[in-house]
Ligand binder design. Structure first.
Ligand SMILES: N[C@@H](CCC(=O)N[C@@H](CS)C(=O)NCC(=O)O)C(=O)O
Length: 199
């Protein structure tokens, strides 16, 4: 969207590189943006940094209140929506049922934000679209593994349309990770969590 040249370095998360540990010693997680030799960490912080450094095609609204709202929903996406979907994926029995109910409630809230809009950013893709972009591939992969149908097209028509528009947009269409690698990573993480819980 900003048409900035960059080098993308893939990270093996089961065998983290010394570069990752050097640039993100505290969390040891991706993504990390390195600009002029300095690391910028946390997706939301990276997006803000990019928008403030390269000001053309802005992704944030100008209005401070709208910007604050956008940041709030990005946090909701991580803390509530992603957390409930993840619990629905790894929990068992009653806890799983509760997590599914909570996930559906959270999806309803997100669906409501799209009322009258093509993208969370309005007519064009904005900051919140990037923050919630993971919904496009992660949810269907989790559903395939668990046999659930979390985002049903009839129940959530706006979100379903957004998933299609966002994932096929010229800005994002070549950036999605291969599905098979996402499946194997999720199964690996789930097994690791379950074996830690059992011990
Ligand atoms: N809040 C962080 C989350 C980063 C994160 O969880 N990254 C995962 C990959 S999606 C990771 O690096 N996991 C490796 C690990 O936990 O060891 C962000 O948005 O940047």
């Amino acid at each position: 969207m900003k048409e900035i040249e960059y080098e993308y370095i893939e990270e093996d998360l089961s065998n983290k590189s010394s570069l990752l540990l050097q640039y993100n010693p505290i969390y040891q997680k991706v993504p990390v943006l390195v600009h002029n030799g300095r690391p910028i960490i946390e997706s939301v912080v990276i997006l803000q940094y990019i928008d403030e450094t390269w000001k053309h095609n802005p992704i944030f609204p100008d209005d401070p209140y709208e910007k604050a709202e956008t940041l709030f929903w990005a946090k909701f996406g991580d803390d509530k929506l992603l957390a409930s979907l993840w619990s629905a994926f790894i929990k068992q029995g009653k806890e799983k049922e509760e997590a599914i109910t909570e996930a559906v409630e959270n999806i309803k809230i997100i669906e409501g934000l799209l009322n009258g809009k093509n993208f969370f950013g309005g007519e064009k893709i904005g900051f919140l679209d990037f923050c919630l972009g993971w919904i496009c591939n992660l949810v269907s992969v989790l559903d395939d593994i668990t046999g659930l149908k979390t985002i049903d097209e009839e129940q959530f028509p706006l979100l379903s349309a957004w998933m299609k528009n966002f994932s096929t947009s010229p800005i994002t269409k070549d950036t999605w990770p291969p599905r098979d690698r996402l499946v194997s990573r999720l199964l690996y993480v789930r097994d690791a969590v379950l074996s830690t819980d059992a011990s």
